[in-house]
Structure formats: C-alpha cells, structure tokens
Design a protein around this ligand. Structure first.
Ligand SMILES: Cc1ncc(C[n+]2csc(CCOP(=O)(O)OP(=O)(O)O)c2C)c(N)n1
Ligand code: SF4
Ligand SMILES: [Mg+2]
Length: 209
C-alpha cells in the first residue's frame, strides 16, 4: 500500500464540497507515490485560483506563483536543475489566459515540465467570470448578455505548436482515466499538458444558461 500521506500537508483542503479538484489532488498523490518520486526532488508551481490553492495542501517543494506565471517559474527551475521533477498546477484562466505565451514557449522548447490544468471554463476563485475556454454565448458575471469570444482549444493549439510533446484532454469526472493520464504525463520524457475538463460546482451552472 503506497503511503499517500507522504506528499500531503496537514492543512485540510478548503475547496467547495464536491469540487473536482479533490480528484486531481488524489490523482497527483497517487502518481507521485506510484512513481516513487522523492519529495526532495519534486517541485510544484501553483498558479493563482482555486486549482492553485493546492499549494497549501501538498508539502513538496514549490512556489505559489503569480497569476499566469507558474510555467515560467517551472521552466527556470528545470533549466537550472534538470535533476528535478517539475510540475505546474493551475486553472484555465491562469494557464490559457494570462499565461498562454508561457505555455506556448514551454511546448515549443519541449521543456520537461508537467502542466496540469483544472479546466472549469471559468474564473472560479473570483466567483465566475469568463475565461479563455468559456463556451461562446455563455452568460457569466462578466458577460451577462453572452460571451462573444470563441473558446480556446488548448490541446489542438499545443499539438499544432509541437507535435512531439504530450498533450491530452481528460474527463475530470472519471477518476480511472484521470489517474492513468496523470501518471502517463509524469512518465513522459519532455513537455506534458493534461487538460482536465471539470465543472465548477459553485459557478458552473451559469454556463448552461
Ligand atoms: C495578475 C493577476 N490578475 C488577476 C488576478 C485575479 N485573479 C485571481 S484568481 C483569478 C482567476 C482564476 O481562474 P482560473 O485560473 O481558471 O482558476 P480557477 O479559480 O478557476 O481554478 C483571477 C482573475 C490576480 N490574482 N493576478
Ligand atoms: S468555486 Fe468551483 S472550482 Fe472553486 S473550489 Fe468551489 S467548486 Fe471548486
Ligand atoms: Mg478556471
């Protein structure tokens, strides 16, 4: 039986009851544990947002970075010390919005970092504004008459930028698929992106209106 608590802090997660980030949290710990990644060689960079709040709940090395700047932190760490396993955890707002150019740069360079995006199609921490993946026409707090913009498909974008990297979308409601994909990304030698499709329990219902 792997020791899953090894990577956990003593802080109880503060996500809403039923939030799909709990499954990402569990899947990451399962993968770290299965691959026996020593804590002193694991660095996690967290973006700002609900997903990024995982910074408080894991106890590996890492940094709670600025909104959109988690990938450039990770690239720097990996370049300085290639011996480290370097991950990024963030949301669709931080990684596909303010941080999109860093995502593109990391994929172009095929930097060996692992990027996990909790894609809930909204800015959730700030209570439900449009993000780059919000479906066109959705009524949100920031688009009460409907979102006019086309959504970004990050997987298609990254595959187009560099076909040699690992880029995969998973259904965040499916723990078997999620856990398998997280482990695949961790084992891949090079840049890896997992887009974890999930519904924000608190604010996601507005996307259907
Ligand atoms: C530079 C900067 N811009 C904006 C904000 C405000 N802000 C905090 S969290 C957030 C949205 C987060 O959305 P996402 O990245 O999708 O994460 P989620 O909360 O949905 O998991 C924003 C806009 C900030 N903290 N810093
Ligand atoms: S607001 Fe949404 S994404 Fe944030 S913790 Fe609650 S359910 Fe999860
Ligand atoms: Mg989001």
């Amino acid at each position: 039986m792997p020791n899953l608590n090894n990577y956990r802090s003593t802080v109880t997660p503060t996500w809403c009851p039923g939030c799909y980030n709990y499954m990402v949290f569990a899947g990451l710990q399962a993968a770290f544990s299965a691959l026996n990644i020593p804590k002193h060689k694991l660095v996690i960079n967290y973006d700002i947002g609900c997903a990024g709040n995982m910074a408080d709940f894991l106890n590996t090395y890492g940094a709670h970075t600025l909104h959109g700047r988690s990938i450039c932190m990770a690239m720097g760490e990996k370049l300085v010390n290639p011996d480290l396993t370097v991950c990024v955890i963030g949301g669709d707002g931080g990684i596909y919005g303010e941080g999109l150019n860093h995502l593109i740069a990391a994929a172009r360079a095929n930097t060996d970092i692992k990027v996990f995006v909790s894609n809930n199609y909204l800015y959730s921490l700030t209570t439900g504004q449009t993000s780059p993946t919000t479906p066109k026409g959705s009524k949100t707090k920031s688009t009460p008459n409907g979102n006019l913009n086309e959504p970004i498909d990050a997987i298609k974008l990254i595959e187009n930028i560099n076909p040699h990297v690992f880029a995969k979308r998973v259904d965040g409601r499916n723990p078997l698929e999620l856990n398998k994909s997280i482990k695949e990304a961790m084992e891949f030698k090079g840049f890896a992106l997992i887009d974890i499709a999930q519904e924000c329990i608190a604010f996601g219902k507005q996307l259907k209106s």
